[in-house]
Every structure is written in structure tokens, then in C-alpha cells.
Design a protein around this ligand. Structure first.
Ligand code: ATP
Ligand code: MN
Length: 266
């Protein structure tokens, strides 16, 4: 039952091999019993077949690669699984994104904290659905259970994730700065996100955009807020500034932040 842990070539004692393997996987993947149980259930329900190593280990979440072997024998499908961490301290500054009444008091206990993390996962799931429905390139959300979110894998067929925009290398063929059309593409996405999805990303930067073949993909939308959020426009200005700063460093002759704000909201 623990055979789905991959990415570990070390050999252990034969008699304790499985347990050993599971223990090490638990350590390496930093997964608690609850999370393991959710993944096991997903495996038995045929959502994924194998969970692989971490694509990213962050403060708030880890993202793992996974595959689904379709029963009809067609080629395996890649998946990404984002698992939100339930450690308490990490979420302390997230309250500012929550609109309206606070269902969870400060000084959270373990249970409240788990509820909070679940809410974030759910928020990301719903926001991804909205983006997807609006045809904004993003990972298609596939399954959510508690703090475990399964989504489309953004990467090549061999299982390599697309690079973040931060790490992307653009082929420089023409005389024009190759970052310029990418910049224009992103402005269009931001506008669509605002006007069609009614959302502000609120953590938009070269770190939360993936890049492949001149195309941008928006990720990490758990903190995204609706227009109605009292700080939505403040977050939008922040997004615009981050994006502008990045493309200016790439030598793009960017529009003024004010003009972009009007373009997005007008
Ligand atoms: P933290 O803030 O704690 O670092 P995070 O909330 O930023 O975690 P994400 O930004 O959603 O998590 O994802 C982290 C990284 O995982 C991304 O930068 C990207 O490289 C990779 N990643 C996330 N989703 C996918 C996906 N669907 N397909 C491929 N790679 C992904
Ligand atoms: Mn991120």
C-alpha cells in the first residue's frame, strides 16, 4: 500500500523494507497521517496512480508531481498535487486577504488552523475554476479534498514542469525585445482576470507565472480576491508594480503603472 512513494532508490533491510520506505517517504515528503490517508483514497478512487517527488517545497505549500495511469492503457497523464501545510505560524499574515467576518479567531488552535488551511485550498480551487472557465491559461483544477488539491500538470510529456517566468529563457531572434510581447500578453491576462473573473491575483509576479513557448500560465491563486474586497485595488496596484518592475529589468519599455491600472479597470 505504500508502493506509490517514488523517488527513493536507497535499499533498506528486506524485512522492514516497506515500513522503512514509508517512513522515509513520510519524512522526505513531510506528510502527516491525514495527508497520507487522503492520497491513498485518491489513489484507490483512480484520481492519481503514483505520487512522485516534490516539484516545489515552499513556506505555505508543497507541490508534488504525480501520474495517473488510465485503465484503458493509454499513456500516463501527469498531475500536480498542491498540499497546503498545516503549520500554524505560516498563515499568520493571511488574514488580511479574508473578506468580511472572521470565522476564526486569532491564537488559533490546531483545529481552527486546519479549518483555515482547508479554506485556503478551497479558495485556490474555486479561483482556478474561475480562471479556467474564463480561458485564462492556468492549471485545470481537478480534485480537492481538505488541504490537498489535484490539478493539471503544467510541463512537458516527460514530466518536467515549465519554468517560472523568473527562470525562463526567451529565444532572441528578431530585433524586438522578446519580452515585450510576453509583457503585452500578461497585461491582457490581468485585464481578463479583473473583468471576466472579477478577481485580483494579489500575489502576481514572475514567481507565480509559468512560461512555455511564448505562453504564460497563471498559478498560485489562493490569496486572490474579488473586486469587492476592501483592499482589492491596493493589491492590484501591487501586482502592477511587481509586473512592471520585472519587465523593466528585462529592458521592456513599459507603460506607466497608472495607465495599466486604467486599462485593467476601465
Ligand atoms: P510557497 O508560497 O509556499 O512557495 P506556493 O503557494 O507559492 O508555495 P505555488 O506557487 O502554487 O505554491 O507553486 C509552487 C511551485 O510549484 C511553482 O513555482 C511551480 O514551479 C510549481 N507548480 C505549481 N503548480 C504547478 C502545476 N500545476 N504544474 C507544474 N508545476 C507547478
Ligand atoms: Mn507561489
Amino acid at each position: 500500500d505504500d508502493d506509490f512513494w517514488h523517488g527513493d532508490d536507497r535499499t533498506g533491510e528486506v524485512k522492514d523494507k516497506d515500513k522503512d520506505k514509508a517512513d522515509r517517504a513520510t519524512n522526505e515528503l513531510v506528510m502527516d497521517q491525514r495527508t497520507r490517508m487522503i492520497l491513498l483514497k485518491m489513489i484507490s478512487r483512480g484520481i492519481v496512480s503514483e505520487v512522485h517527488g516534490a516539484i516545489s517545497t515552499g513556506k505555505e505549500a508543497n507541490v508534488y508531481g504525480a501520474v495517473l495511469d488510465p485503465l484503458d492503457g493509454t499513456r500516463p497523464l501527469h498531475r500536480a498535487i498542491k498540499i497546503y501545510k498545516t503549520a500554524i505560524l505560516v498563515f499568520k499574515d493571511r488574514e488580511r486577504y479574508i473578506t468580511g467576518e472572521h470565522r476564526f479567531k486569532r491564537g488559533a488552535n490546531k483545529k481552527n488552523n486546519r479549518e483555515m488551511v482547508k479554506q485556503w485550498a478551497e479558495k485556490e480551487f474555486r479561483n482556478l475554476k474561475r480562471l479556467h472557465a474564463a480561458s485564462i491559461p492556468c492549471p485545470e483544477p481537478l480534485e480537492l479534498k481538505s488541504h490537498v488539491l489535484v490539478m493539471e500538470f503544467l510541463g512537458n510529456k516527460r514530466g518536467y514542469a515549465y519554468p517560472r517566468l523568473r527562470d525562463a529563457t526567451l529565444s532572441d531572434e528578431g530585433t524586438e525585445n522578446p519580452w515585450r510581447p510576453v509583457y503585452i500578453q500578461l497585461l491582457g491576462i490581468m485585464r481578463r482576470l479583473f473583468r471576466v473573473c472579477n478577481l485580483v491575483h494579489a500575489d502576481l509576479s514572475e514567481y507565480n507565472i509559468l512560461y512555455d513557448k511564448n505562453k504564460l500560465y497563471i498559478i498560485d491563486v489562493s490569496q486572490s480576491v474579488e473586486h469587492e474586497h476592501p483592499r482589492a485595488l491596493e493589491f492590484l496596484r501591487m501586482d502592477i508594480k511587481n509586473v512592471g518592475d520585472f519587465f523593466r529589468r528585462k529592458g521592456v519599455d513599459t507603460l506607466q503603472d497608472r495607465a495599466i491600472f486604467d486599462f485593467i479597470t476601465a
